[in-house]
Design a binder for this molecule. Structure first.
Ligand code: ADP
Length: 201
């Protein structure tokens, strides 16, 4: 049996540049045998998540839809790919849930991030490396300005809380997180990300 593949996730607030870098990696010959994926997924459950994001859905219902999509993603794509020895890169993953829903559930639980992590425990798959694209929310929102319709998640005050949650996650698990300064030109960020990934595979 081949060795398990490595699992790398890209996290950060909206507009931090994750998708831009994911696209560049997907066209880089060094990563031609990698599986590229994202959350929410493009399955019907992922579509349901997108409907929740774009509507006034109860925050617990929304979290559970995200979590259902996550479970389906793991069992149908991530586990089989990693078991076959393929390396996988996911644009957003459970870190997004902890950081974003850690904000949307702040009025329901004393430590919402811990509560969300607890419901993932025992079945979710931990990444080998999470690359956190860290950026000032004001710059990120400005970048998204020309992206058309804004979701409820793209407000500066909300994103400031999300960023704090992400930095707390990184502080709690420095061995598995690499925080990069995403307020730089794309080519600089890309070369840092490529170096980080090549260093663990
Ligand atoms: P995310 O996937 O994190 O939400 P995107 O990759 O979609 O972010 O980037 C959001 C916007 O910012 C896009 O218009 C993109 O072209 C632009 N952008 C991405 N990275 C940079 C960068 N390093 N510098 C300036 N603009 C960027």
């Amino acid at each position: 049996m081949s060795a398990k593949g490595k699992f790398i996730t890209l996290e950060g607030i909206d507009g931090s540049g994750k998708s831009t870098i994911a696209k560049l990696l997907a066209s880089n010959p060094d990563f031609s045998d990698f599986v590229f994926t994202r959350e929410p997924t493009e399955t019907w459950i992922g579509e349901a998540v997108n409907r929740a994001i774009h509507s006034d859905t109860d925050s617990i219902a929304e979290l559970l839809l995200f979590t259902a999509d996550h479970a389906e993603h793991i069992s149908k794509l991530l586990k089989p790919s990693l078991d076959e020895g393929k390396n996988v890169i996911s644009d957003r993953y459970s870190g997004s849930r902890y950081a974003y829903q850690g904000m949307t559930l702040a009025d329901k639980f004393e430590d919402p991030m811990q509560w969300i992590q607890d419901i993932h425990s025992g079945w979710s798959l931990d990444p080998d490396l999470t690359i956190l694209f860290d950026i000032d929310p004001a710059i990120a929102v400005e970048r998204c300005g020309n992206r058309g319709e804004k979701t409820k998640f793209e407000k500066i005050s909300f994103l400031e809380g999300v960023r704090e949650n992400y930095l707390r996650l990184a502080n709690e698990n420095p061995a598995k997180f690499s925080v990069i300064n995403a307020n730089r030109p794309v080519d600089e960020i890309e070369s840092d990300v490529v170096e980080l990934i090549l260093s663990i595979i």
